[in-house]
Write a protein that binds this ligand. Structure first.
Ligand SMILES: *Cc1c(COP(=O)(O)O)cnc(C)c1O
Length: 426
């Protein structure tokens, strides 16, 4: 019975939960208390005054973020989602436009087009990086294409050099969704700084967090200005500011509070250490899990420093091998959490399948403003569908709170299951 899988009644490898990822410590507590004692929890005004761009913590955090990432502008917002919405709006995206997006991401990476009344067009992903690529983007470009939203999914930067070259040729705006990749690099440049603008997430599940929050980065002065306007009720200040170009100057309230900014300043200081831990852990997992037949460990492209937001593998089911779902069930029985697939390919959601977003008439997918034909049929992105439904398995296996014993348990469980694949077939 020694080698018998837990799913067949054997001893599980592990009976206790893996530790949670915790990045909040004394530093953040102190920072929050400092803000509380000041009594000023947010210091914005929705009028053309010095406070239009936020209070002391917000401004300091933005300065520090820009310096760390080597960009001219960092603009804090209350989520990555609102950052994506504001940035496409600032870039002038509007009705009739198409935006090329990834189907294998969190929904907001595509919704940002819809919210700006444009139509998302899905490019398939590269099966090694899970990101959209110049090769998959090119056939999707039409005369209506205005922008590309590339996602550094799972912490791996997309081929941004290739994407920028393509965008230059076709005069497209490129937004990099680096929600999962703060600190990841392409050569000596940070993920998030590789497009015309990039957006980071600071929600609780990400590498560093402020509870909720996001940061937009760009080197483009005019774009930065427009993002700041949209963040804070643009329409009411454009007159006082003397703003001529008022397209999309329909403002929201996307402001980050002083509390989150104070937390974010501490979190940013911890980012290098938290990322180093992820890289070390991934190297250990690569070494052990890389030996298992049928399991493909994350591929890291040339010049890329991966962020390992999660550890994403592919299960390549050979002849006579059990389904991915059986592998997942067996690993879970051993006490190791694992997820089959990531999120359902975005275009399979009802908003796309029924093409209902604003109102009942199909706007922005159908109507006089849009001369193209939105296409979201099942099978549209076959690689994404294969990755999601058949091959991808991943776990939150790289974070800094996992000990050597935890990592050993994770590897032991995979080794045990893959040594007993035949028994899963019966
Ligand atoms: C988390 C995430 C988002 C959304 O971030 P929020 O800060 O929660 O709005 C967007 N894109 C990707 C790829 C994400 O992982």
């Amino acid at each position: 019975m020694k080698n018998s899988l837990a799913i067949h009644g054997g001893e599980p490898v592990r009976t206790t939960a893996l530790p949670k990822y915790v990045t909040i410590g004394e530093e953040e507590k102190k920072a929050v208390i400092g803000v509380m004692e000041s009594g000023v929890l947010s210091d914005y005004l929705g009028s053309w005054t010095p406070q239009f761009n936020g209070g002391a913590q917000v401004q300091a955090f933005e300065k520090e973020w820009a310096a760390f990432f080597g960009v001219k502008h960092a603009i804090t917002v209350n989520s990555n989602t609102s950052g994506l919405y504001a940035t496409l709006g600032a870039a002038g995206i509007g009705p009739g436009d198409e935006v090329i997006v990834s189907p294998y991401s969190m929904c907001a990476s595509a919704t940002c087009a819809i919210v700006n009344h444009a139509v998302p067009v899905f490019a398939d992903i590269d099966p090694d990086t899970f990101c959209i690529s110049p090769k998959t983007i090119l056939p999707k470009i039409t005369p209506r294409t205005k922008a590309i939203v590339a996602v550094d999914i799972f912490g791996c930067p997309a081929d941004m050099d290739g994407i920028m070259a393509l965008a230059k040729k076709h005069n497209l705006f490129v937004l990099e969704d680096a929600a999962q990749a703060p600190g990841a690099m392409l050569g000596n440049r940070y993920a998030g700084t590789l497009g015309h603008a990039g957006v980071f997430s600071l929600n609780y599940h990400k590498t560093i967090h402020t509870g909720e929050g996001g940061v937009v980065v760009t080197n483009d002065d005019k774009l930065a200005d427009r993002v700041r306007l949209i963040r804070n009720h643009a329409e009411v200040v454009v007159k006082a500011k003397g703003e001529e170009d008022i397209t999309n100057m329909v403002g929201y309230n996307y402001r980050m509070t002083e509390l989150e900014a104070a937390i974010g300043r501490e979190q940013l200081r911890k980012l290098p250490r938290l990322l180093d831990a992820r890289l070390k852990t991934a190297a250990y997992l690569d070494q052990r899990l890389g030996k298992l037949d049928g399991l493909q460990i994350p591929k890291v492209p040339d010049k890329v420093k991966h962020g390992y937001y999660v550890y994403t593998m592919r299960y390549i089911q050979g002849n006579g091998m059990p389904s991915r779902e059986k592998i997942v069930a067996a690993l879970r029985a051993e006490g190791i959490p694992v997820a089959p697939g990531y999120v359902e390919p975005i275009y399979l959601q009802p908003i796309y399948q029924r093409q209902i977003a604003f109102g009942k008439e199909g706007f922005p997918f159908r109507g006089e403003h849009y001369k193209g034909k939105a296409d979201y049929h099942a099978g549209l992105c076959p690689i994404t569908e294969r990755m999601h439904f058949d091959e991808v398995i991943y776990g939150d296996y790289c974070h800094a709170n996992l000990t050597d014993d935890d990592l050993n348990d994770i590897c032991k469980a995979y080794e045990k299951v893959f040594a007993n694949l035949e028994s899963l077939n019966s």
